[in-house]
Design a protein around this ligand. Structure first.
Ligand SMILES: NC(=O)CC[C@H](N)C(=O)O
Length: 201
């Protein structure tokens, strides 16, 4: 196929970084701020940022239902950090009224590693990503507290107080990481997603 078209939800957060890495992997990217900007996409990226804000803005702009419908309808999606929260079917440590897009049969705990000052970097082995561990940047990151049977665990924290916590998952064509690969210069996770999008299109 020609270059896959990947939309990046552009309400708040690390939009530009994702677009740059996706473009470098041969994708054509566009910003998604309105429902009609979902039309014709082959894939969708939900960037990090502040999930409560992103969810509120999505609701206000009439995007929440169209995003749910798109992911439910099989549009491949990748969420990093706040994006993982948005793709979760269930949340912990979130405001009671925080809405999500859903699509991943997981329970995600927000701010699971602690506060902003507890942000850290670590090496994470990610299934399906060849060439050694991924350098992972965790910024007030969530983790996956519980994953349903259909969910493939791709990566866990190794070592430290959070040893064994799930930080990368996949269910069908929906992928999520607690960390921010768009900030490290390591393009392998984006390449994996672009390949998944190509295969699905
Ligand atoms: N870097 C991030 O995306 C942080 C996520 C943020 N803690 C939230 O709940 O949305």
């Amino acid at each position: 196929m020609s270059a896959p078209r990947i939309g990046v939800l552009a309400l708040q957060g690390d939009v530009r970084e994702h677009r740059a890495v996706l473009e470098a992997q041969g994708a054509r990217t566009s910003a998604v701020r309105r429902p009609e900007e979902l039309d014709g996409l082959d894939g969708l990226v939900l960037p990090g940022g502040e999930s409560t804000t992103i969810a509120k803005l999505a609701h206000r702009w009439g995007l929440l239902e169209p995003l749910r419908a798109a992911v439910r309808g099989g549009l491949p999606a990748y969420g990093s950090c706040a994006g993982m929260i948005l793709l979760a079917d269930r949340l912990l440590d979130a405001p009671a009224d925080q809405q999500t897009i859903g699509g991943l049969d997981v329970t995600v705990r927000r701010n699971a590693f602690g506060r902003q000052v507890d942000s850290f970097e670590s090496e994470v082995d990610v299934a399906g990503v060849p060439g050694g561990p991924v350098h992972a940047v965790f910024i007030r990151a969530p983790w996956v507290e519980e994953a349903g049977e259909q969910v493939q665990v791709l990566g866990r924290v190794s070592g430290g107080p959070a040893d064994g916590r799930i930080v990368a998952v996949r269910q069908g064509s929906v992928v999520a990481t607690s960390f921010h690969p768009e900030l490290t210069g390591d393009t392998r996770l984006h390449r994996l997603f672009v390949e998944l999008v190509r295969a699905a299109a």
